[in-house]
Design a protein around this ligand. Structure first.
Ligand code: SAM
Length: 345
């Protein structure tokens, strides 16, 4: 994600998707077994980015927990993300944002783990309640290039098969590791962008425009053809069937039981804003900034020169080109989110 708080400022789409799982997470907090001891209650936020979108779910869960244990029991919140994540912005937001889960709270201890969640990130039997929003669809590696495109749902059958296999393996790794970290009875809610049952998404239109903007950059000489060919968004949106696949036998996998798995439509927040202001340019600008904040940094990994200046000018040019391309797309772009609740039995 783009640093210096840019992701936080341009991630309303992810917030909208995460909101579909908020009540489920609060319910998990009301049900999770809390041992009798006075030891800390541990919450983990897997793939926190810069923290803004974690505040509402964590606050909702902590409100439930406080109603059960009172104000004295310490609560640890561990935010997990890649080492290069903008943790400085995260800690600032957690400390100072109006809606933070630390507001009016004395016994909350936020901390961070800078390590891939495809490795162990917390001790065994440690986590009471886990949350992961719009993160578990990012793959551990890019298994292959996507001819002519950057987006997996637009891949050829061969490339799509390689991504499907990588996503299957990563999903099992992610769940197995979280199973070790959860306490017995611990709960984990995962919400991630999804495909519908026919394995499609209206979201693909945004990636088509971005792909065209990259083609424009090659034509004008601001991007090399080889750089463009290496560019892939290394994320895999699962269908409900794919999300549930590890749980087919008795709904169990690696000591986890899947309590629920649903796919819901996520309203397009840019469009909701457009319905208020009717500003077509602002609509395109919001969508381009969202795309830049979320996907441009991963695309810039394919540049020949990856210093900060080269990345920044690539992101600037892509955002501008995409904004131009999006100018006449005056229609909502709905997406889907899959939400899974698992319990360590
Ligand atoms: C789209 S952001 C989501 C942030 C936030 N949870 C939200 O809902 O807005 C995805 C985050 O997942 C992180 N992420 C992706 N792969 C990861 C991995 N293997 N280990 C840890 N974090 C990862 C990214 O660095 C990024 O900060």
């Amino acid at each position: 994600m783009e640093g210096r708080g840019f992701y936080n400022a341009n991630s309303a789409w992810q917030a909208s998707g995460a909101a579909t799982a908020l009540s489920l997470f609060a319910e998990a907090a009301s049900e999770v077994p809390l041992d009798d001891t006075e030891g800390p209650i541990v919450l983990a936020d897997y793939g926190s980015s810069q923290g803004r979108n974690s505040l509402a779910p964590l606050r909702a869960a902590i409100t439930e927990l406080r109603s059960r244990v009172g104000p004295q029991r310490p609560i640890i919140v561990a935010h997990v993300d890649q080492p290069a994540n903008d943790f400085a912005t995260l800690f600032d937001v957690v400390d100072t944002a109006a809606g933070s889960y630390t507001s009016d709270e004395g016994n909350i201890f936020p901390c961070a783990v800078g390590r891939s969640f495809y490795r162990s990130v917390l001790p065994p039997d440690y986590v009471h309640l886990g949350w992961s929003s719009y993160a578990a669809h990012w793959l551990s590696r890019v298994p292959t290039r996507i001819p002519g495109h950057i987006y997996v749902p637009r891949a050829t059958a061969d490339a799509r098969a390689a991504f499907t296999e990588q996503a299957r393996s990563d999903w099992e790794t992610f769940l197995s590791l979280r199973a070790l970290e959860l306490r017995p009875g611990g709960r984990l809610v995962i919400v991630a962008p999804a495909l519908d049952d026919s394995a499609t998404t209206p979201f693909a239109v945004l990636f088509d425009y971005a792909n065209q903007a990259l083609v424009d950059m090659v034509a004008e000489g601001t991007l090399h053809r080889e750089e463009r060919e290496r560019m892939v968004v290394s994320a895999f949106q699962r269908t409900r069937t794919e999300a549930q696949a590890p749980f087919v036998d008795d709904r169990r996998f690696a000591g986890l039981t899947a309590r629920s798995c649903t796919v819901s439509e996520v309203p397009d927040p840019s469009w909701l804003q457009f319905e208020q202001d009717r500003d077509q340019r602002a609509l395109a600008a919001r969508r381009a900034a969202f795309f830049r904040a979320t996907f441009a940094p991963t695309l810039s990994d394919a540049l020949d020169h990856r210093d900060a200046d080269a990345r920044k000018s690539f992101c600037n040019r892509l955002e501008a080109g995409l904004c131009q391309r999006l100018d006449d797309h005056v229609a909502p772009i709905a997406t889907f989110a899959v939400t899974l609740l698992v319990v360590k039995e």
